[in-house]
Write a protein that binds this ligand. Sequence first.
Ligand code: KG4
Ligand code: ZN
Length: 346
Amino acid sequence: STPVTILGIESSCDDTAAAVVRGTPRNAGILSDVVFGQTEIHANFGGVVPEIAARAHAEKIDYVIGQALAAANTNVTDLDAIAVTAGPGLIGGVLSGVMCAKGLSAASGVPLIGVNHLAGHALTPQLTDGVEFPYLMLLVSGGHCQFLLVEGHDSYTRLGGTIDDAPGEAFDKTARILGLPQPGGPSVEVAAREGNATAFSLPRPLLNRDDCNMSFSGLKTAILRARDDVISDCGGLPTQARADLCAGFQTAVTDVLVAKSRKALTAARALAPSVKTIAVAGGVAANSQIRDALKQFCVEESVEFVAPPLSLCTDNAAMIAYAGLLRFTDGMFDDLTLSARPRWPL
Ligand code: KG4
Ligand code: ZN
C-alpha cells in the first residue's frame, strides 16, 4: 500500500500529546512525538484531578499539535487523516481532544478517525518491533491492568485483568503509605534495591485462582498494616523496614504478574494456537524486576518477549496515530458525530 501521513492526538488522562506517523501498516515511522505531561500540575493533590486535567488539556492541545506538525515539517493539508483518542478516559480530557480533532477536520476536509486508547497501547509492539498478530499483550499502568489477545487491529479478546486497583496505582499508594515521593513506581523500585523481600509476609491475592484476574488492593492494605505494626514497635519507620516493605511489595506484584501471565498464555493459545509473543506496555513495564521476571518466564515458555521503549509504553500520541493508520488502511473513518466515551471496552 502507499505510505500515508497521520496526525495522532491523545488527551485521555494526564498527558496532552500529538504525533505524526507516516508509512504503511508494516513499515511506519514516527516523524514527531510531542508529550506535555501534567505530573507537576497534579503533584500536590495526590492523584489526577479531572477538572484540572481537562482545563490543562484545553489550554495546551493546540500548542502541542502545532509543535508535532512543525517537528514533522507537515501542514494539516498534507495529512491523510486525523486520529484522536475517543475514549476510554477522563471525559473532560477526551472531549478536548475530540473537539479539537473535529475542528481541524471540518476546517481542512482531512478525514477523522476515532481511536480506542487501549488499542493504541495494544498495537504499539507492531509499530516498534513489527510483532505479527496474534500476540498476547499485558497492559500494566497506573490506570490499566489487563491481558489482551490481539488478533488484528480491530480484534481483541480480554482474557482477564484487575478486579480493583491497577498495579501502578498500588505502587503509588504504597509509596504514599511509606512516605516516598510520587510517582511511586520509581521510588519504590529504588528503595526495594536495599530491601529483603522475605522480611515481611505479604499476600498474593487470587494467585491460585485458575483465571487471569488479579487484585492489588489487599496487598496495599497489608503494607499499611505492616507499616503500622513497625511504627508501634519501633516508634517510627526505620529505613531498613521501609526498604524491606518495598522489596516485599514489588516481589508480590511480580509473582502475581508472572503467575497470571502463565494462565493468560494458556488461555491465549487455546483461542489462537500460533501465539508466539508476549508484549508489555504501560508505565509499570519500566520496572526492572517485573521486566526481568517476565523475560525469564518467556524464555521458559519459548515465546518472544517484547517491551517497546518506555516513551512509547506510557501514554503518547504516536500509538494513536499508528492505530489510526491501521484503521485508515481498512477505510474505517468517523464523521463529525464522533463522540467521546469515558468507558469503552475493546
Ligand atoms: O502508563 P503510565 O505512564 O500512565 C498511565 O497510568 O496511563 O503509567 C504510570 C504508572 C504510575 O502508577 C507509576 O508509578 C508506574 O506507572 N511506574 C512504575 C515504574 N515507573 C512508572 N511502576 C513500577 N516500577 C517503575 N519503575
Ligand atoms: Zn494509557
